[in-house]
Ligand binder design. Structure first.
Ligand SMILES: Nc1ncnc2c1ncn2[C@@H]1O[C@H](COP(=O)(O)OP(=O)(O)OP(=O)(O)O)[C@@H](O)[C@H]1O
Length: 840
């Protein structure tokens, strides 16, 4: 091999050439071919950017700093001193200092004599090694720099591929997941010789339309996804089928089947002939090609099964053992809803040659027989199943899909094909199963609730391919012969029905193991969702309870507020009443002071027992008639509402006559609410408390003791009550009685029952001792509050029924005793009405 003797490749001499040394080699011994080859291989530059000096026109880059020279000075000197010739010296001088990237033109090397050529070659060898090392470093550096960009591009490519697949599947789905291609074979020589004409017209410009013209008058157009005419070859047919075939590599289930009358080319389309292979082989070839193409991102494995449905029995065509005949294969439904033949051989395939071998085995074992219509007529439905298992190398996602390649047995007219015996039986089974297929297609097309898949083995096997979530491609094979017009029309009508089926979108098939995992996860999620729902329910219940309790609390708070308000009102009222009482007390004290001489000191007073029936001096009556209606219910306010028979206000007259006797220094009015009757009780002094309540605890809780009502001095009732009025009537009914002067001390607030309130002065006048006792309690006036009502009848008292007076009020001996105990005690209000009643 000669290097180009380009003049430009020879650099100009950088220094005058030294004197040529005599050559020790004979002139005839020039470099051999092998050596030349070596030299030329050394200088071959890998890339312009790595070796700028590859082009001799360009200046060679300087040697890197610190880099070892290609040939050391010692070596060079040794070479020269060793007797190399002038040519070598000149060569070394010329190229030795040109850096590592310079090229050595062959002619120069040729000029070196043989003995010196070795040294020159050694020099070049060293230079080559150095260059190689540099190239390696640069390549490594380049790879390092490009790695991120490479990864980015790789990812982009993967994304683009995924997008392409997605769009592609979308396109297929838009076109319909059941696609129907029509293929019309050419007229056979026999048909031509029989004078048959073509009744099918196909316009190449309308590749989806076909005209069926059985006669001049009849013409019917059929539309399919694609129509192939007699001139279309296997390659063209498969090219249109490619998209569907490729779907299986993306995880979709696919079914391609050929249907048609016997002898129309079903087997030709699916299996083909050795020199012109059909869809089965081409499809598998494409699968392997795609597997190779995607090997960097997805790992694919393939397995193939071949079976036939012969006389409604399933036969494994890959099982060549003698036991095959006795083995019964059944269709089972898997967990993911697809149909599987249990016990079917699934042969793994690794190369397309392996596929072809398997297909040949299957074709060899298939039941064929000669009929009048076809020499090698298929007497069974042949099904090739290719299972594709995929695993994405980046995401780890796995899926499993399959493609069914089905060559159906031909529908045939029994009388036309003139079959008998076994052929007749086969024909009947074939027609029966094709009829079942027609029923399934009709049911699917009319969207029936029930699809009779199980009426035949064929439809049962293809259940998920016909009505499931896979992509289906049907080839309807027709004969152009006018002799087959009837069968052709039937086939075209059937294909049209298939095309009308509204198939749902295909679903990507996951690997069963993955599906199981997903199912478990789904189950877990469902369970957790249930738990969550329960918790949510309980939370809502708790919230409701909380809300209702809040309402109750609000209501209670409202009530408390109202109670506080009421309490405040009561307190205010009590304060007012206390003020009023204090004023009245003061007024009464003033009145007593002004009308009554001051009492002598206790020591100077005679004992009460010797006073006898002392009538206290007259005290001016405090008539509060103007206030009577409003303070009617108050104690110690004389209310005179009785009217005389004359119609005049008797109360005025009586008031005029009545004389108020102040038994105590303080007369206290206790205006309280009508319902909450209260009274004042006389509480004993501490000394008396001890005598009355021997229990210390009782003493300490004295404020809680409710004194018996008998300790309250009650003298009269309000005359306005009906019973009191009756009593008055008895007294006031007589003229004498009318002249009686009455002094009534009545409590408008705490009315005593009239039956207990009436008494006359003769029977009921206080004894001086009693008065003294009462008076002596004035020291506790501020604490004692009596509810006193008394009527003092002046003059001759009318007889009063003893029943009205007996055993009640201050005249009851027992009560008197109590009052004695209470006379100097503290006052206590008793608000219990019942207790008061019981006392009275
Ligand atoms: N498109 C075609 N081009 C050329 N020859 C064809 C074509 N289609 C079919 N043939 C030929 O027609 C003959 C019958 O074909 P084939 O056996 O495939 O029919 P078939 O439908 O499978 O019949 P059967 O249902 O009886 O099995 C074959 O010899 C085949 O080579």
């Amino acid at each position: 091999m000669e290097a180009d003797p380009a003049p430009s490749s020879t650099p100009p001499p950088s220094s005058p050439a030294p004197a040529a040394s005599p050559s020790r080699h004979p002139p005839g011994e020039e470099g051999g071919g092998a050596e030349r080859v070596e030299v030329e291989e050394y200088v071959d530059p890998p890339s312009p950017d790595c070796c700028g000096g590859a082009d001799p026109d360009h200046a060679p880059p300087p040697s890197p700093k610190g880099e070892e020279p290609v040939v050391s000075a010692e070596e060079e000197q040794a070479a020269v001193a060793g007797g190399e010739g002038e040519a070598l010296r000149s060569f070394l001088e010329e190229f030795g200092d040109q850096g590592d990237d310079s090229l050595v033109p062959s002619p120069k090397l040729k000029q070196i004599n043989t003995p010196d050529r070795l040294a020159a070659l050694r020099f070049l060898g060293g230079k080559y090694n150095s260059l190689l090392e540099r190239y390696k470093q640069q390549v490594a550096k380049c790879a390092e720099e490009c790695a991120p960009r490479y990864d980015g591009l790789k990812k982009k490519y993967a994304d683009e591929c995924a997008e392409r697949r997605r769009l592609y599947n979308e396109l297929i789905e838009l076109r319909g997941n059941i696609r129907v291609f029509c293929r019309c074979r050419p007229l056979s020589t026999a048909e031509i010789s029989n004078g048959c004409s073509s009744i099918v017209q196909i316009d190449p410009s309308h590749e989806t339309e076909l005209q069926f013209v059985p006669s001049d008058k009849d013409r019917k157009a059929f539309k399919f996804d694609h129509v192939f005419g007699p001139s279309d070859n296997q390659e063209t047919v498969f090219a249109e089928s490619l998209p569907v075939v490729r779907s299986v590599m993306d995880g979709f289930n696919v079914c391609i089947f050929a249907y048609g009358q016997t002898g129309t080319g079903k087997t030709f389309t699916m299996e083909g002939i050795p020199e012109d292979r059909g869809v089965n082989y081409r499809a598998l070839e494409e699968l392997f090609r795609l597997s190779e193409e995607r090997s960097s991102s997805v790992a694919y494995t393939f397995a193939v099964s071949i079976l036939e449905v012969y006389n409604e029995k399933i036969r494994d065509l890959l099982d060549e053992s003698s036991e095959q005949t006795g083995r019964k294969l059944d269709i089972k439904q898997t967990a993911d809803g697809t149909q599987e033949v249990a016990g079917l051989i699934e042969a793994p395939i690794y190369t397309i040659d392996g596929v072809w071998e398997k297909l040949k085995v299957g074709a060899k074992n298939r039941s064929v027989g000669a009929t009048s219509a076809n020499e090698l007529s298929s007497r069974s439905h042949s099904l090739v199943k290719v299972t594709v298992r995929s695993e994405h190398l980046v995401t780890g996602q796995k899926w499993r899909s399959h493609i069914w390649l089905v060559d159906l047995a031909g529908s045939e007219r029994v009388n036309k094909t003139e079959v008998e015996g076994d052929r007749l039986k086969e024909s009947q089974f074939i027609n029966k199963s094709l009829s079942a297929l027609g029923d399934v297609i009709s049911a699917l097309a009319s969207k029936n609730a029930h699809i009779p898949y199980r009426n035949s083995k064929l439809t049962h096997l293809l259940q998920s391919s016909l009505g499931g979530d896979c992509k289906t491609l049907m080839f309807v094979q027709i004969s152009p012969s006018s002799a087959d017009s009837g069968e052709t029309l039937c086939s075209l009508n059937f294909a049209s029905r298939v095309r009308a089926i509204d198939h749902g979108p295909a679903r990507k098939q996951a690997d069963p193991a993955e599906t199981f995992k997903l199912k478990q996860m789904t189950e877990k999620i469902r369970h957790e969702e249930k738990e969550n729902a329960k918790l949510l329910e309980s939370l809502q219940l708790t919230q409701l309870k909380y809300a209702s309790r809040e309402n109750v609390i609000k209501t209670l708070q409202e009530k408390i507020r109202e109670a506080e308000q009421t309490s405040k009102t009561y307190q205010q009222r009590v304060r007012e009443l206390e003020n009023e009482l204090a004023n009245e007390k003061k007024a009464a004290r003033d009145t007593a002071r002004s009308t009554k001489p001051p009492l002598a000191p206790m020591r100077q007073r005679p004992p009460l027992g010797r006073i006898g029936n002392h009538i206290p001096p007259k005290a001016p009556l405090r008539l509060r008639l103007s206030k009577a209606p409003t303070i009617q219910n108050k104690e110690n306010i004389p209310v005179m509402l009785n009217k005389g028979s004359s119609g005049a206000d008797t109360s005025k007259a009586v008031a005029g006559k009545a004389r108020r006797v102040s038994l105590t220094p303080v007369i206290r009015h206790i205006p309280l609410q009508p319902k909450r009757r209260s009274s004042l009780a006389v509480l004993p002094t501490q000394r008396e408390q001890l005598s009355i309540f021997p229990d210390k605890r009782s003493v300490s809780r004295l404020s809680h003791i409710q004194m018996p009502r008998r300790s309250i001095a009650t003298f009269n009732s309000i005359p306005a009550t009906p019973l009191a009025a009756a009593a008055h009537k008895q007294v006031d009914g007589t003229p004498e009685a009318r002249q009686l002067r009455r002094i009534e001390f009545s409590s408008s607030k705490f009315r005593s029952p009239p039956a207990l309130a009436r008494f006359n002065s003769r029977n009921n006048a206080l004894s001086p001792q009693q008065k003294l006792r009462l008076a002596s309690g004035s020291g506790n006036a501020s604490k004692i509050c009596f509810s006193v009502q008394k009527r003092v009848i002046l003059g001759s008292p009318a007889p009063v029924k003893s029943s009205l007076l007996s055993g009640t009020g201050i005249f009851n001996p027992a009560l008197r005793e109590k009052m004695m105990a209470a006379k100097i005690g503290n006052a206590q209000r008793v608000f219990n009405t019942n207790r008061r009643k019981s006392v009275l």
